[in-house]
Design a protein. Structure first.
Length: 115
């Protein structure tokens, strides 16, 4: 399995919102950042960058959290609730158990407004 770094910014790590997170919330958020995908480089020479292609279309299920990352359903539910409340992620589309739809999450910058 190839390991890729998770890039964060100082303003995130020094923010009141990040420092207020409790429990497994920071770990869950890092897993969300790991799920980002990037497109090909764009821009002119010397200013090229790779845009995130799934900023508002990230899937992260309870089963995946429990089986791959050893995060219980309770911890995952509480972490998601806190990440939404503090503005780190948004729920783009709610999933459902009846038809086994996955919840779609999106990364958010609302944490910058957290007081």
């Amino acid at each position: 399995m190839k390991i890729y770094p998770v890039c964060t910014f100082n303003d995130l790590l020094l923010s009141p919102a990040w420092n207020s997170l409790t429990g497994k919330s920071p770990i869950i958020y890092m897993h969300f950042l790991r799920k980002r995908t990037y497109g090909p480089k764009i821009g002119r020479q010397g200013k090229k960058y790779r845009p995130c292609t799934n900023l508002r279309k990230i899937y992260f299920t309870y089963a995946e959290a429990e089986n791959r990352f050893n995060i219980s359903e309770y911890q995952f539910r509480r972490g998601i609730k806190q990440l939404v409340e503090y503005g780190f992620i948004d729920i783009v589309q709610k999933g459902g158990t009846q038809f086994k739809y996955k919840t779609v999450y999106g990364l958010s910058e609302k944490w910058r407004d957290f007081q």
